[in-house]
Design a protein around this ligand. Structure first.
Ligand SMILES: Nc1ncnc2c1ncn2[C@@H]1O[C@H](COP(=O)(O)OP(=O)(O)OP(=O)(O)O)[C@@H](O)[C@H]1O
Ligand SMILES: [Mg+2]
Length: 254
């Protein structure tokens, strides 16, 4: 498949938890090789939508298709296939504290049934190179800074050589300089490794640095989508409030 083709297709996706309707009919295409940033007020359904992209949640209605194969309401086999192509860096980004950096990163490989020690070691060191933490295999998570922990979580997300990485708030809890370095990593995955990125973030600075396209969610629906320059010039009060950092006060109308 070529850059720019549709990689992941979401059609009419609806999701409720109890009586709360969280996603109210989402249609969205994700193109191969783009960095798509998902914005919107807290509780608007960004994380829930992201979990549908990797089959962690199944829609009540609608479909999710990856490279033309339906992963919503499909068997474990298709889900396993999809999870090799797509990996996710979770909002909490938790590492296993009792395992070394190398063991944390190797975890998805073991889950996938890879047993060859040499192969595992070389894939782990390749992943650490990608996140610019070479040679840190034997450290324990407790001995790492917050930014380094995020990088290790990212190394774990790329160790299976996915073609798409989903990041749920990769900047949360990081100082701006460390946040910048995460942005550079995300961008280098796109530009040097051809990876498709989908990023949920509240960090507006980062949005304009990394996004090739932006999707703004509001009230369980897609409110707006377009390129960063268009968002910057938009006169829509909800979008303006959000990008000018009044996201909190805007959340009452979002
Ligand atoms: N497993 C679940 N069970 C019940 N309710 C859930 C579940 N997951 C999410 N929700 C609810 O769905 C709504 C949307 O949650 P979601 O986590 O997608 O928001 P978000 O847009 O990611 O917000 P934030 O920016 O704060 O991370 C929230 O009201 C949340 O409580
Ligand atoms: Mg979230």
């Amino acid at each position: 498949m070529k850059k720019g083709e549709i990689f992941l297709e979401i059609r009419g996706v609806e999701k409720s938890f109890g009586s709360q309707k969280v996603l109210k009919g989402i249609d969205l295409d994700i193109h191969r090789g783009e960095t798509l940033v998902l914005l919107g007020g807290s509780g608007g359904g960004k994380s829930v939508l992201m979990k549908h992209m990797i089959g962690l949640l199944q829609p009540d209605a609608g479909t999710v298709t990856v490279e033309g194969k339906m992963i919503s309401s499909s068997s474990e086999r298709e889900l396993t296939w999809a999870r090799r192509k797509i990996s996710m860096m979770f909002q909490a980004g938790a590492l296993f504290d009792s395992m070394t950096v190398a063991e944390n990163i190797a975890f998805p490989l073991l889950e996938a049934g890879i047993k060859d020690r040499t192969e595992i070691d070389s894939r782990v060191s390749e992943a650490l190179e990608i996140v610019k933490l070479p040679g840190q295999e034997d450290k324990m998570p407790a001995d790492l800074s917050g930014g380094m922990r995020k990088r290790v979580a990212l190394a774990r997300a790329v160790v299976e050589r996915p073609c798409c990485v989903l990041y749920d708030e990769p900047h949360a809890g990081l100082d701006p300089v460390t946040g910048d370095s995460i942005d550079r990593l995300i961008k280098s995955l796109e530009e040097e490794h051809g990876i498709t990125n989908v990023v949920v973030t509240h960090e507006i600075r980062s949005v304009f640095r990394i996004a090739t396209r932006i999707v703004f969610m509001k009230d369980g629906q897609i409110y707006w989508q377009g390129p960063p320059a268009e968002l910057q010039e938009s006169n829509d009060p909800i979008l303006k409030n959000f990008i000018e950092g009044r996201a909190e006060s805007a959340s009452s109308i979002i």
